[in-house]
Design a protein around this ligand. Structure first.
Ligand code: AHR
Length: 679
């Protein structure tokens, strides 16, 4: 059976994957053309607060984190040393051995797989009368190390079997080789047990692409492992923690949930490389390294140095969710490897360990500290539960095999944990036979959520803003778990995060919001991309080694999330939802806690549009509303990586009129109105 799926996957791959084949353009879009008919037309919009389509869940707008594009290792996980424990397939990748006294045998790479299966390799160093410059090793970081002037950096190393005390001279260098910080550390503990030594020192200059030189000074022999270097300004100052600017960018979205750790990374190329959460918790040095599936997914964007250290593991994901006020949404393997790759399948009668992983994860997140997994959570510093309420079974899996596995998983999980909602996958496509079969099958199984993904052209997003208008309100809820507009004719990379794409997403999101009664969660994908290490574009936030650069798409997401409200209300033109007529889109919500009416309006046309608003069903005494606009007449406009963003929301105060409120929606604009009302 697995072979049949594999052949099918190959066939599908050949047919399409618009987004799986980097560089392929999607269908052409017509946005930003002038519609002469609309110049004179005035659109009269009726907002009626007494007509609600249902509640907006606090989880409505969330984020999806996957270690793709150097999102985790080399990204948000702030470790600066690449291949710190010599476990990459090429054990010295990222390292250079150097010095005047370097000779055959100075460094031996030892593999103790039997004794230390999770972290088998280490370096054995022999030195004789070595001074600074005689024997050393250099780490290049992930596309260099981002170093900030005056910031303290934390160096640590594990060692054992030291025959004589040895000093380490640590030097930070910029790309011209200039020393921009140095520190010293003496190793003097003897014995067969691994010891940790650490020191901190400040950088004297900033470097976008620095490296770390370690000189070994002295005589004798020592085993070295876990060479680590972290900036002192990690998120919340946690040692060995996350990059603060990247976490802040997430926190600023105020996401309702965070889906992690993938994505395809959950499934693995083959089952052996699937994401296994149990291998990502406990002491960092005991978390076994795994190849990152994006290492070699796209030949033209190969990243042979892309591995997962799991320094950002499941404990840290839960902690991150808590820090940014997002509900955690872990996704687990359902016993099917990626069907675009090996499509390996676990037989149904061997599914038990996969189901047990899911049950144990609930215990890890929520269990009492007396339980096995709850105790581990407590030992890692979080005795209180993480309040896990939902979990995904599989990523983009499909076929009858997926439905069979969902059935088994759901029966077991619902029997033991009816309180945990289950998210199931509608596969990688937005429509078609595969989608329909899954949709029908999952509805028959009465699952809690169906996770739909669409990476399509901006034109598709504009044309499908009414996608959910007729979805069954009684059936499973919808999770729009991965979506992004992929502009045609744009080269892969950050230029794909252009205004045309972002605006079409804003238009589509009016439809998500209008249908919040059935669409309870949504997340753009992927989240992060390193400018020198990406595999997939477009992405929500671009980063380099020092800073984060939010895209126009980011600000669209943020405008929705910060203005999500608590219930949707009707906004119509001529008795119909505004969903593409004359390239206009609209949705409206009430935020009952803030007593705020919030209206979102999109003009996806290349000319200004005249509208008139009539507000009904609310007592409005305030004189002024807040108007927030994002606009550009250039569909190709982007926020440049390396510079302050230019395409950002602009705020203004405007006078309120409850009837015949004339308003111009500029060409190619997204507008949010915040209108205070009285309870
Ligand atoms: O977001 C990138 C990838 O797109 C995800 O890993 C996968 O789920 C989808 O195909």
């Amino acid at each position: 059976m697995a072979c049949i799926i594999k052949r099918m996957a190959r066939k599908i791959k050949r047919q399409l994957p618009s987004y799986f084949i980097a560089g392929v353009s999607l269908a052409c879009t017509t946005m930003l053309t002038c519609s002469t008919a609309s110049l004179a037309q005035v659109h009269v919009l009726q907002v009626d607060a007494s007509r609600s389509n249902g509640a907006v869940q606090p989880t409505m707008w969330g984020i999806f984190f996957e270690d793709i594009n150097l999102g985790a290792d080399g990204g948000i996980y702030a470790e600066l040393v690449k291949n710190r424990s010599f476990e990459f397939i090429k054990p010295l990748m990222g390292w250079d051995l150097n010095g005047k006294k370097l000779k055959e045998g100075s460094f031996l790479l030892i593999n103790e797989a039997k004794e230390r299966p999770n972290n088998p390799r280490f370096l054995q160093v022999s030195l004789s009368d070595a001074a600074a410059g005689d024997l050393g090793l250099v780490n290049e970081g992930f596309r260099g190390m981002g170093i900030k002037k005056d910031l303290a950096y934390d160096f640590s190393i594990q060692y054992r079997r030291l025959t004589n005390p040895i000093s380490l001279l640590l030097q930070l260098k910029n790309s011209s080789g200039k020393i921009i910080g140095s520190g010293q550390l003496t190793l003097n503990a003897t014995g067969d047990d691994w010891q940790q030594a650490s020191t901190s020192f400040r950088a004297t200059d900033t470097a976008a692409s620095g490296q770390l030189q370690i000189w070994l000074v002295g005589n004798g022999q020592v085993d070295l492992d876990q060479v680590s270097f972290f900036p002192g300004d990690t998120w919340k100052g946690r040692k060995g923690g996350l990059r603060a600017d990247m976490v802040q960018a997430l926190a600023d979205l105020k996401p309702g949930f965070i889906r992690f750790p993938g994505g395809c990374i959950v499934e693995g190329h083959e089952l052996s490389t699937r994401y296994q959460w149990k291998k990502t918790v406990g002491p960092v040095a005991n978390r076994p390294l795994s190849i990152n599936r994006w290492n070699n997914e796209f030949a033209e964007r190969a990243a042979p140095d892309y591995f997962q250290t799991f320094g950002l593991g499941f404990f840290e994901y839960f902690q991150l969710a808590e820090d940014i006020g997002a509900e955690p949404l872990p996704i687990l393997s359902c016993g099917m490897a990626c069907q675009f790759n090996s499509a390996e399948l676990v037989p149904l009668d061997e599914l038990e360990p996969y189901i047990q992983d899911a049950i144990d994860l609930i215990e890890f997140a929520n269990g009492d500290t007396q339980t096995k997994w709850g105790a581990l959570r407590a030992s890692m510093g979080h005795p209180a539960p993480f309040n896990l309420k939902m979990m995904g079974i599989g990523n983009e899996n499909w076929g009858p095999q997926y439905l069979e596995r969902v059935k088994v998983f759901a029966a077991r999980l619902k029997a033991q944990h009816p309180e945990v909602k289950l998210i199931t996958s509608a596969g990688p496509f937005s429509s078609g036979e595969m989608f329909d079969t899954l949709d029908k099958g999952l509805r028959a199984l009465q699952v809690d959520f169906i996770d739909e993904h669409y990476y399509m052209s901006p034109d598709w997003f504009l044309r499908h803003a009414n996608r959910y208008d007729h979805y069954d309100r009684q059936g499973p809820k919808i999770f729009a778990g991965e979506y992004a507009a992929h502009p045609p004719k744009q080269p892969q990379g950050p230029l794909r995060n252009n205004w045309q794409a972002a605006l079409s997403e804003a238009a589509f999101m009016t439809g998500l919001e209008r249908n919040a009664a059935v669409v309870e969660m949504c997340s753009y994908a992927p989240l992060f991309a390193h400018i020198d290490g990406w595999q997939w574009s477009p992405d929500l936030i671009w980063v380099d080694n020092l800073n984060s650069y939010p895209t126009p798409n980011y600000y669209v997401q943020q405008l929705y999330s910060l203005n999500k409200g608590t219930k949707t209300i009707s906004i119509e033109e001529g008795g119909k939802a505004l969903s593409g007529q004359d390239s206009l889109y609209a949705s409206a919500v009430l935020d009952e806690k803030q007593s705020m009416l919030i209206i979102k309006l999109v003009n996806a046309d290349g000319v200004d549009k005249k509208t008139v608003l009539n507000l009904k069903g609310l007592r409005i005494k305030a004189k002024e509303a807040e108007r927030i606009d994002m606009k550009s007449t250039d569909p190709l406009a982007v926020n440049a990586v390396g510079a302050a963003p230019k395409l950002i929301p602009q705020k203004a105060s405007v006078a309120i009129k409850t009837s015949n409120w004339a308003m111009v929606l500029p060409a190619n604009s997204f507008t949010v109105l915040r209108i205070p009302y009285q309870k």
